[in-house]
Design a protein around this ligand. Structure first.
Ligand SMILES: *[C@@H]1O[C@H](CO)[C@@H](O)[C@H](O)[C@H]1NC(C)=O
Ligand SMILES: *[C@@H]1O[C@H](CO)[C@@H](O)[C@H](O)[C@H]1NC(C)=O
Ligand SMILES: *[C@@H]1O[C@H](CO)[C@@H](O)[C@H](O)[C@H]1NC(C)=O
Ligand SMILES: *[C@@H]1O[C@H](CO)[C@@H](O)[C@H](O)[C@H]1NC(C)=O
Ligand SMILES: *[C@@H]1O[C@H](CO)[C@@H](O)[C@H](O)[C@H]1NC(C)=O
Length: 266
């Protein structure tokens, strides 16, 4: 106890001595003791400081470790989540890939079917086009309606009757039409729409065109037309026995049945 008090005094003196103010008043016989005590004291203080430091270090370390640990846990958790996410996404991508592969296969199959259907369609279209082309090549769609009179009139009156019906006397354009007329007339004579009244020998149809090829009757010694200036109109004629088929030139004022033809574009 006394030593402690003394130590205090010494400390004071040391302090003084260090400052160089009371160095001469320090008793000389106490010298070695004070040095020893000072060393202890320094060691103790150092120890204490070390302890504090260690404690601080421990605390800091603890806090650090704790924080680190928490961070670690969090980061591990995050990482795990990320890995999970990645796994999920990978699975999703895999599924998608499978789906897309399936879809692609489906599309390939669909494409094959579509190609086949397109080819079939093209073939059918070509066939139709051919039919249309062929139809176009042999049908020039003019439809004619024919009217056959049961009464008999002169050529001019017969023609007027036809025009009143919105038609005109028949114009026979080809062998087929002539055959048709022959078929429907059966027997008798019918006015047709041709005359050479304007200029003898130049037969003109009622539409103003020149007659180029007529179906004049000819049998044995008969060669139509043979009436000259007296016979400027024509009838189509059918006699079965002896057979005489075709046109005859006759007097325009004669009374015959007639055939009207009404043409219309289909
Ligand atoms: C994991 O995915 C979910 C939704 O799918 C998302 O909300 C989350 O942010 C993702 N996490 C990471 C770490 O990518
Ligand atoms: C894959 O296809 C199935 C059924 O075809 C569907 O249920 C699923 O949602 C699809 N998945 C993806 C990722 O498109
Ligand atoms: C039909 O006629 C048109 C032109 O008139 C031609 O381009 C086409 O090739 C023809 N089609 C067929 C199938 O003959
Ligand atoms: C005329 O009648 C015959 C026999 O009935 C027939 O074969 C022919 O096709 C007919 N011609 C016309 C143009 O109507
Ligand atoms: C009809 O024939 C006459 C005499 O042959 C000719 O002068 C006239 O030009 C011809 N008309 C037509 C439309 O061809």
């Amino acid at each position: 106890m006394s030593e402690s008090i003394y130590s205090n005094v010494i400390t004071d003196r040391t302090w003084d001595m260090d400052r160089g103010t009371k160095a001469n008043h320090t008793p000389q016989h106490k010298g070695s003791d004070s040095v020893q005590i000072r060393s202890f004291r320094t060691a103790a203080v150092c120890l204490l400081l070390l302890c504090v430091l260690l404690l601080t270090a421990v605390i800091v370390l603890c806090v650090y470790i704790h924080t680190k640990n928490t961070t670690c846990t969090e980061e591990t958790h995050k990482l795990l989540t990320k890995i999970n996410n990645l796994t999920e996404q990978s699975d999703l991508l895999l599924t998608k890939n499978i789906n897309m592969t399936n879809e692609r296969n489906g599309l390939v199959i669909n494409n094959d079917i579509l190609t086949k259907e397109r080819d079939q369609f093209n073939r059918e279209r070509n066939n139709l086009q051919k039919i249309i082309n062929e139809t176009d090549s042999w049908v020039h769609p003019t439809i004619s309606l024919y009217f056959m009179s049961s009464t008999k009139k002169s050529w001019a009156e017969s023609r007027r009757d036809c025009t009143e019906r919105g038609a005109d006397l028949i114009i026979i354009n080809n062998r087929e039409e002539q055959d048709f007329v022959t078929n429907i007339t059966d027997k008798g004579e019918f006015w047709i729409g041709v005359t050479d009244a304007e200029e003898e020998g130049r037969w003109k149809w009622v539409d103003g065109t020149n007659m180029t090829s007529g179906f004049w009757a000819s049998s044995g010694h008969i060669r139509e037309p043979n009436g000259g200036g007296q016979e400027n109109c024509a009838v189509t004629y059918l006699k079965k026995n002896p057979e005489l088929i075709g046109w005859l030139d006759v007097d325009c004022n004669g009374a015959y049945q007639w055939i009207c033809e009404k043409r219309s574009r289909a």
